[in-house]
Each structure stands twice: as structure tokens, then as C-alpha cells.
Write a protein that binds this ligand. Structure first.
Ligand SMILES: NC(=O)C1=CN([C@@H]2O[C@H](COP(=O)(O)OP(=O)(O)OC[C@H]3O[C@@H](n4cnc5c(N)ncnc54)[C@H](O)[C@@H]3O)[C@@H](O)[C@H]2O)C=CC1
Ligand SMILES: CC(=O)N[C@@H]1[C@@H](OP(=O)(O)OP(=O)(O)OC[C@H]2O[C@@H](n3ccc(=O)[nH]c3=O)[C@H](O)[C@@H]2O)O[C@H](C(=O)O)[C@@H](O)[C@@H]1O
Length: 450
């Protein structure tokens, strides 16, 4: 007897940004029939041509594959979502000046989905939101726009997106997925869909618990980075090397997972999600001072870099004003093109205000994005950035900075000073070559004494 062909899961992903596009393409690659819906025509057109506007290793080649085998395409036509069992919302949730999320994109997406909702469909929210949003904001919008009833006619779930930028395609297949659904039947259906990607499934009792987990994930990371930054501040003032201490402290001692101090915490999520948790808790009557202080500690790190530039230049009889300073690495983290909330911009502004002549270098950031954010062009070549410079500031941990040709760079510079904000350089090596050097939690005096 011929084997019955396995029916394909049918999924519509609403919002083809940093999260939506890798997810849509990965689901299509695991065998689902996927349509990606976005309001932005330029994105839909680009994606349908096999070009990704998101830099994620493996994404563009997988996109081309799933376009070719017919499992994926992008659309601007909302009515198409009627034909898909699952509708996943991956629109943006930026925050206002108090750190409270602006849910306009979620609202407009929910209304559009509601207008097209059919019996039996399941709507899954993946955007990061305050607890209760899926049940008390999205579900009522869906019911109102559709005239259907949650539970009887359609299901909802919250499944946090936990992938890290730069590793999304790999992590989508391996990470544990948390599922909080409105009822058991929906939970089972959503479990089957996400199981097709790979990784363990953890089902929790409600969407609101899954929403809390996402905020806890990012708050935990941000707070732990702040702790590492405080360790660096302590090491600095005590004249000790924090990196040697952290590496040794973590080694074969499972209870320690000390993170890496650095020039600051950027990106669109760690900078906002802890504030969402603090805000909703405060509104409900409980303040969360540790979380707010951790944010403050991390926000102050770019200023630490600025102060190091000032003191190293002073040691070399220079002032920031009229010094040529090259910022190496502009994106918020290693090997991505994402400039959102990047600490490099804060460092740039502080130096610029003091009258420095600043040169920008980053091989990943798109030139037009750099110009828009920094109001100045980046140079395309590392040597050009270093030429006649008085100080190099490593603001991002791009892999290439681990292999800087320091000998050659020293010949190019006017005053050979380096501020290593991301622990890319061996301080002993730099000092031996005749550089003046400071790092975050790596005071020069410690290496000179050795
Ligand atoms: N960027 C990241 O690495 C991570 C982001 N998140 C969360 O995922 C969510 C999405 O973030 P990103 O992908 O970075 O945002 P993004 O801004 O890159 O993408 C959002 C996309 O949604 C589209 N959009 C907005 N309103 C729409 C509507 N009504 N209908 C259809 N499309 C619409 C936009 O045109 C855009 O392409 C946010 O809540 C974020 O906090 C969670 C984990 C990681
Ligand atoms: C809890 C957690 O691990 N959250 C992840 C985080 O990913 P994201 O892409 O923002 O990258 P990240 O590696 O946390 O880096 C964020 C920022 O923090 C800095 N950073 C990171 C780790 C560290 O030890 N020290 C440090 O200073 C980075 O330089 C960067 O500026 O936030 C993502 C998100 O929600 O956007 C989330 O999906 C990811 O799983």
C-alpha cells in the first residue's frame, strides 16, 4: 500500500524583521508551507528576490532554497493569512522613554489578523511583551475584529523568541522552546509545529507565564553583565586584571558563569526588556531596584571608555580635542550589522562633544545605516582608520579584531594608544610593542608590574 503523504503545516508569519524572517525561513526549511506577511513593500520585494535585509549566517542561502522549492514566499496581501492554520506575530515592540513597550505594531497586526481570522486557526505571539498581553490585549482584539470566540473558534499562544542575533538559524533548531497556550488542544498543536524545528519543548500553564519567562531571560542576562561590569570596575581600581580572574573563576566550577565586562550593553532587547519587567512590577506596587541599577551600570560603561581615552591621551600629552580617534566596531555586538542601541554611538557622541576628530570603521554595518545614525561616513579600510590616529577604541568584539596586525598598526598611528573595550588584544603583547594600553578591568599598571 502506498504511504500517505505527510500533510504540511501551514504557517503565516506576520512581520519579516530580525526575528520573523529567520523563523519563517526555518519553518519552511523544516517542511512547512510558509507565507511571510509584512507591511513594508521593499522588504517583501527583496525577500522574494532571495535577498535578506537581516545579516544572519545561513539565512540568505536557506531563503533561496525555500523560495526555489516553493515552501516560502513573502506577501503584502493580508487576506492570504486566511488559508494558514498558524499565524505567528513577530512585529516590533519598541519602548517609550520610560521603558514601557509601545504595542502599536502588535495592535495593528492583531486587528489585521482578526479581520482575516477563520475557525480553527491558532494565533501565536512571539514579540516580547508585558505579561497578560496575549490574553488581555491580543485575544480581545482578535475576537472583536473577527466576531469569533477564543477557545470555541480559535486558539492563542505565546512562544518567546530566544535566539541570539548572529546564531539565529542554528539556535532555531536547537534551543528549548517555551509554549504557553490558551488551552490544551492549542498547546498540542503549537507543540507539533515547533517540534518540527527541533529542540526540547517546555509547556507552561498559560501565555502569561511564557511572557514572564522571556522578560526574566533577558533581565537575568543584563543583570549578570552588570555584575561583570562591576567586577571590572573593582579590578580596575585595585590594579588587577579582571579577565584573568573571570576565566580562572569560571574554570571547572559549575556554579560560576561570570559574564564578560565591556564597553556597554546594546541591541534592541537587553536594553528594554528589564525595564518592561521593572515597569509592570512597579505599576503593580513592587519596585525592582536591582534591575534598574543593573541597567544604569551597563548604560554607564561607554562613559568609562570615554574616560579611559581621556586619561591615556593625557599620559601621552594630548587632549581629546584635536586628537584623531578611530572607533573600531560600530554594531551593538560581534559579527552583525545591527546598530540598534549600540554603545559605540554613545562613545562617539561623548568624544565628538569634546572636539575629537573621529574615524569610524566597521566591516559589517551598512554604510547608509552608519551615515544615518552617526551623521558621518565610515571608512572601508582598517589601515585608513588607523592612519595618523592618536587612539584606537575597540567598541565591538568583531572576530577580526582578535587578529589585528599591531606592529603594522603602530607604524601607521601618530600616537600609539589603544583602549580595548572588548578584550580583543593581549595587553602584554600590545605593551611590549610600545603601545599605551587600557582595557575594561585591565589596568596598564597590572601588566607593567608583571
Ligand atoms: N531582534 C532580536 O534579536 C530579538 C527580538 N525579539 C522580539 O521580537 C520582536 C520583533 O523584533 P525584531 O524582529 O527585531 O523587529 P523588527 O523591527 O526587525 O521587525 C518587525 C517587522 O514587523 C513589520 N510590521 C510592523 N507592523 C506590522 C503589521 N501590522 N503587519 C505586518 N508587519 C508589520 C515591520 O515592517 C518589520 O519588518 C520584538 O518584540 C523583539 O523584542 C525577541 C528576541 C530576539
Ligand atoms: C537571555 C539571553 O541570552 N538573551 C539573548 C539576547 O541576545 P542579543 O542578541 O541581545 O545578544 P547578547 O549576546 O546578549 O548581547 C547584548 C549586548 O550585551 C553585551 N554583552 C553580552 C554578553 C556579555 O557577556 N557581555 C556583554 O557586554 C554585548 O556586547 C551586546 O552589546 O537577547 C535576545 C533578545 O531578546 O533579543 C535573546 O533572544 C537572546 O537569547
Amino acid at each position: 500500500m502506498a504511504k500517505k503523504a505527510k500533510s504540511k503545516e501551514k504557517v503565516c508569519v506576520v512581520g519579516l524583521g530580525f526575528i520573523g524572517l529567520p523563523l519563517a525561513v526555518s519553518l519552511a526549511n523544516s517542511g512547512a508551507e510558509v507565507v511571510g506577511y509584512d507591511l513594508r513593500r521593499e522588504i517583501v520585494d527583496r525577500v522574494n528576490k532571495g535577498q535578506s535585509h537581516v545579516f544572519e549566517p545561513g539565512l540568505e542561502e536557506t531563503l533561496r532554497k525555500v523560495l526555489k522549492n516553493g515552501n516560502f514566499r513573502a506577501t503584502q496581501l493580508a487576506s492570504e493569512m486566511q488559508k494558514y492554520k498558524f499565524v505567528i506575530i513577530t512585529v516590533g515592540t519598541p519602548t517609550d522613554s520610560n521603558g514601557y513597550p509601545i504595542l502599536d505594531q502588535v495592535e495593528s497586526a492583531a486587528k489585521t489578523i482578526g479581520e482575516n481570522l477563520r475557525k480553527g486557526q491558532v494565533v501565536i505571539l512571539k514579540s516580547t511583551v508585558p505579561p497578560l498581553t496575549t490574553e488581555e490585549f491580543v485575544a480581545p482584539l482578535l475576537e472583536k475584529a473577527s466576531g469569533l470566540k477564543l477557545g470555541a473558534d480559535f486558539g492563542i499562544a505565546f512562544v518567546p523568541e530566544r535566539t541570539i542575533e548572529g546564531q539565529a538559524m542554528r539556535e532555531l533548531k536547537t534551543l528549548t522552546k517555551v509554549i504557553g497556550a490558551s488551552d490544551q488542544k492549542t498547546a498540542k498543536e503549537v507543540e507539533k509545529l515547533f517540534k518540527s524545528l527541533g529542540g526540547t519543548i517546555v509547556k507552561v500553564s498559560s501565555p502569561r507565564i511564557a511572557e514572564l519567562i522571556k522578560l526574566m531571560d533577558n533581565t537575568y542576562r543584563d543583570t549578570n553583565i552588570a555584575l561583570a561590569n562591576e567586577f571590572a570596575k573593582a579590578a580596575n581600581v585595585l590594579g588587577l586584571d579582571v579577565i584573568e580572574a573571570i576565566q580562572a573563576a569560571n574554570k571547572d566550577y559549575e556554579r560560576n558563569k561570570i559574564l564578560i565586562p565591556g564597553a556597554g550593553v546594546g541591541g534592541s532587547c537587553l536594553t528594554k526588556d528589564p525595564l518592561i519587567l521593572a515597569h509592570v512590577s512597579e505599576k503593580a506596587g513592587e519596585s525592582l531596584p536591582l534591575i534598574r541599577v543593573a541597567r544604569k551600570v551597563n548604560n554607564e560603561m561607554p562613559e568609562k571608555i570615554f574616560n579611559l581615552v581621556r586619561s591615556v591621551l593625557k599620559r601621552n600629552k594630548r587632549e581629546i580635542r584635536n586628537s584623531k580617534i578611530a572607533i573600531l566596531g560600530l554594531t551593538f555586538k560581534r559579527d552583525t550589522n545591527d546598530l540598534r542601541e549600540t554603545p559605540a554611538k554613545v562613545i562617539y557622541d561623548l568624544l565628538n562633544r569634546e572636539g575629537a576628530q573621529i574615524v569610524l570603521y566597521d566591516r559589517f554595518a551598512f554604510p547608509e545605516d552608519v551615515e544615518k545614525l552617526f551623521k558621518t561616513k565610515k571608512v572601508e579600510n582598517l589601515e585608513e582608520a588607523c592612519k595618523n590616529a592618536d587612539c584606537l577604541v575597540i567598541a565591538t568584539d568583531h572576530s577580526e579584531f582578535r587578529e589585528l596586525k599591531l606592529k603594522r598598526i603602530k607604524e601607521l598611528m601618530r600616537t600609539p594608544c589603544i583602549i580595548d573595550g572588548r578584550h580583543m588584544i593581549n595587553p602584554n603583547f600590545a605593551l611590549d610593542l610600545g603601545f599605551d594600553f587600557e582595557g575594561i578591568g585591565r589596568p596598564k599598571e597590572y601588566f607593567e608590574r608583571k
